[in-house]
Ligand binder design. Sequence first.
Ligand SMILES: C[S@@+](CC[C@H](N)C(=O)[O-])C[C@H]1O[C@@H](n2cnc3c(N)ncnc32)[C@H](O)[C@@H]1O
Length: 241
Amino acid sequence: MKPPLLKRVDAAPDPGKVRAMFDTIAGSYDLLNTLMSAGLHHRWRELGVLLAGVGPGDTALDVATGTGDFAFALRRVVGPQGRVVGLDFSEEMLAVAREKSGRNQHWVDFVQGNALDLPFADDTFDASTVGFGIRNVPDIERAFAEMSRVVRPGGRVVCLEITQPQIIGFKQFFGLWFDLGAPVLGRLAGSNGSAYEYLPASVRRFPDPETLREIMRSAGMQNPRYEILAGGIIALHHASV
Ligand SMILES: C[S@@+](CC[C@H](N)C(=O)[O-])C[C@H]1O[C@@H](n2cnc3c(N)ncnc32)[C@H](O)[C@@H]1O
């Protein structure tokens, strides 16, 4: 019998609503990401790429790629001999990613698909990553199992996510800032503020880093570990296949 790891993830996200929401905010997503992370999100992804262990000529998959920044960071490392695929189910987020890909000459194959049913054969990639995406899927273990399935034995899986800080005081401040700040920043960036009310709710129902590590293990990954960044608000999980 499966351990009740997912009990803490109550009110699983509705994929139809999540997809419609990301279609709506696609145009303001990058600006919001930069405002909310003070530009640090690029650094976090670079660290994620390091932990993915890829090098020139490798192949990598970025799941829930959105506007493609994790995929572009992978592409910079695998180089022109390598291949990066970015997958997402929001056509509008992918449209922004494709536009950036052409504009910056960072060639990534962007494909529409579902993280819970990846359209790739077993052992296709050297690594797979997911950035701020796993929080949005209704079945985290299945998404991890899929990421693991498409990576060759010995390859790596990396997950970058927002997490709730554990330090008393900072935890409360973070909750307040998120509840009030995210919708305000959303409106300032010209997006639907209510879409950014979803953000704090999705972080709150998300499992803590220890539980997420156990979910990775249940999904069949080897030696799952995590690093806590940015004073406790970011968790970078990584494991071998
Ligand atoms: C917060 S954005 C993250 C985008 C990007 N990875 C980043 O690091 O900025 C979450 C993305 O997950 C995508 N997503 C959510 N559930 C998905 C699913 N089941 N299959 C594919 N994409 C999904 C959304 O469409 C959205 O683009």
